[in-house]
Every structure is written in C-alpha cells, then in structure tokens.
Write a protein that binds this ligand. Structure first.
Ligand code: TXA
Ligand code: MG
Length: 335
C-alpha cells in the first residue's frame, strides 16, 4: 500500500511535525550519527509493527530503542549495573548500544519477543530533538529495506522507503557510516554482538574486565549449522548490493594487483566492474564510505563488485569487514 511520505528538514518546526507523527502512532525516518533509523514509539506495539511491514523485516529481529536522556534507560531496562553506568558516562551520546534485561512494559514487538532490550542514546541533534519532542523512547532499526545496505544519506532512505513511511527527516549525512556497536551486558562477561566504532578494547579500557566477541563474528565462511548468533539480526542476509560481490584478501600489494587482474578479465567478457579499495588502515574513512559506495555502484548498475579486505582483527576495520563479508555473502578469494 502506497502512502505519501513527507520530506521534512531538521528545522524546529519540521522536527515538531515529525514528533507529532511518532506520537500519533506513525513511523518516521531520521538521521543519527551512525546510519538513518526508521522510528516508532517503542511502547506502542502497533506502531512498531508498521516498521516491520515497511522494511519487510522478519519480526523476530529486535530493534534498538533510542533515548534522549541517558537516565531514561531505566524506563526500559532492569538490572543496570555499575559497568553499564560507566559505559553510558563515557560513550553516550554515541554509537554504543547496550543490551540489558527488559522491563515488562516494553512490548514484544520492540524486542522481537526476547526478554532483553537494546538501548542507545544517539549523538545527533536532530535525533535527540525528535525523541524529546515525541516524549517517548523511539524504537528504530536502520531505515533501509530489509537486506539492503544501511542508509547513510537521506537520499538512500527515500530510495528504499518512499511511499511506505509517514515521513523522512532529511538531515545531514551520517558521520560514522556503520551501525552502532551492540554489546550484551546481561552476563558476567560483556559480549560484543555487533562490532562498530566503539571497539572491545575501548569498552575494556572503561570497565576493566575482558570483553568477549560473539564467535559468529570471527567466522569468514557462512556455516549455517554453527551460526546461532545471539543477536538475531546477524543471521539474515544483509547489506546485499544487487551486483555479485567478491572480496580479495591478502597482502596489500597483491590485493590491488589481483583486483586489477580480475577487473580486466571480467571487462574483457563484457561485464562492468566496480572496485572498493580503501587506503590502508583508513578504517574510519572506510566505515564512513562503505554502505554509500555499495549503493553508488548499484546505481551505476555494475555486474561485479571487487572489494579489498581490510586487515584488522578487532578494531574499526574489523567492524567494516563484518559488513563487507555479509554484503559479499562471504564470497572471498585469498591471494
Ligand atoms: O547504529 C545503529 O544501531 C542504528 C541506528 C538507527 O541507531 N540502528 C540499527 O538497528 O542498526 P538495526 O535494527 O538495523 O540493528 C539492530 C541490531 C540487530 O542486529 C538486532 O538483532 C540487534 O541489534 N538487537 C536488537 N535488540 C537486541 C537484543 N535484545 N538482543 C540482542 N541483539 C539485539
Ligand atoms: Mg539494519
């Protein structure tokens, strides 16, 4: 069913309009520092349901709940530990999502039926004033069609969701470019469920205990029998460009050479080829550009995307690599 999607700015007046839509049970896309989110009142099951429909998202995939005041986490979560408070003090507002036991008031629709809830305070003026204006926590997954690269520009959201949502707050391009780090704080050892700009080392430096990395993140092959990630979102095909995609991994010089060779070989048989090759160690830049590059190459209609692997075992490059592997369906060649 098609509806008219309002394109709003980040002016005070437009944010008020957007907040009004959320208050009355509608769904609105908005910028955050990581990627654009598609939001609804986190306490309104029916509103949250609309997000799943607009995205075509499986409804066992829980959402992140966004708040504008750190202390509002107590509306959503139980058992907030000292470690969590330390992480909140250091990293909020910012790209770190904490998973904690949920309060009974948080509907199953928001948490995908889990007894935990994921919460973060985004570092974006527009997002924060939207949440404040709506006077409720906002449940928001990334504002892309399910399976498409996450949106880092308003134009990406419009491309995917125009006609399916009530409004888009078309603000700035996202600074970070990949989604927040998700960390499960419910057990004795914190576990990174999704890597992001805030790394395991960053977390360890604040709370002084070891941080585990969900084993599914360390695999470079799809192994459906073994993959039972705790973050349900990690099991779905993700970020997929329309083109076939291959990652080339190995020593820097060799990777560039092999990409050049494969490009020429494919072009000889009439295929158009796009290349994603970031500067060595420029991991933040890679994070910022990766999803936008995928969409750009899709827009050009390339048949094949060749991407150079980032060599980083646990930092920001690792987080980008996690997205790259999923985009390519774990299609990887080693040189
Ligand atoms: O940066 C971000 O996190 C962006 C912006 C909009 O804030 N949001 C985002 O949402 O990436 P989404 O829905 O695309 O990804 C949320 C991830 C999914 O992998 C989901 O499975 C996981 O967080 N998640 C949510 N609630 C969870 C929970 N209670 N336990 C474990 N994982 C959870
Ligand atoms: Mg997403």
């Amino acid at each position: 069913m098609d509806m008219k999607t309002k394109i709003l700015t980040t002016s005070e007046r437009d944010i008020k309009t957007a907040a009004g839509i959320i208050k009355s049970g509608g769904i609105v896309a908005f910028p955050t520092e990581t990627v654009y989110g598609l939001g609804a009142n986190a306490f309104a099951a029916q509103a949250v349901q609309k997000i799943y429909e607009a995205k075509g998202r499986p409804c066992d995939n829980p959402m992140i709940v966004h708040i504008a005041r750190a202390s509002d986490i107590s509306q959503l979560a139980l058992g907030i530990t000292k470690s969590m408070v330390s992480l909140i003090d250091v990293f909020w507002p910012g790209p770190l999502t904490l998973v904690a036991k949920k309060k009974p008031e948080v509907p199953d629709e928001t948490t995908g039926g889990l007894d935990t809830v994921a919460v973060r305070m985004p570092d974006s003026a527009a997002a924060l004033s939207l949440i404040r204006g709506a006077r409720c926590p906002i449940a928001a997954p990334s504002a892309n069609l399910s399976g498409r690269p996450s949106p880092t520009k308003a134009a990406h959201v419009i491309e995917d969701l125009s006609g399916k949502i009530d409004a888009v707050v078309a603000g700035e391009d996202c600074r970070v470019g990949i989604e927040s780090t998700v960390i499960d704080m419910t057990g004795e050892t914190p576990v990174i469920l999704r890597p992001g700009l805030v790394t395991a080392d960053d977390v360890k430096a604040v709370i002084g205990v070891d941080v585990a990395i969900d084993p599914s993140l360390l695999k470079k092959e799809v192994d459906h029998a073994l993959l039972h990630p705790k973050s349900p979102g990690m099991k779905y095909k993700h970020y997929a460009p329309k083109a076939e995609m291959l990652i080339v991994e190995g020593r820097r010089g060799k990777v560039a050479g092999e990409i050049g060779r494969l490009k020429a070989e494919n072009e000889r048989i009439g295929r158009s080829v796009g290349v994603i090759l970031f500067e060595e160690k420029a991991f933040r830049e890679a994070a910022h550009d990766f999803f936008a590059r995928l969409r750009e190459l899709d827009g050009e209609g390339v048949d094949l995307i060749l991407a150079g692997a980032l060599s980083d075992t646990d930092g920001v490059g690792f987080a980008v690599m996690n997205r790259m592997l999923k985009s390519a369906g774990y299609n990887i060649a080693r040189v």
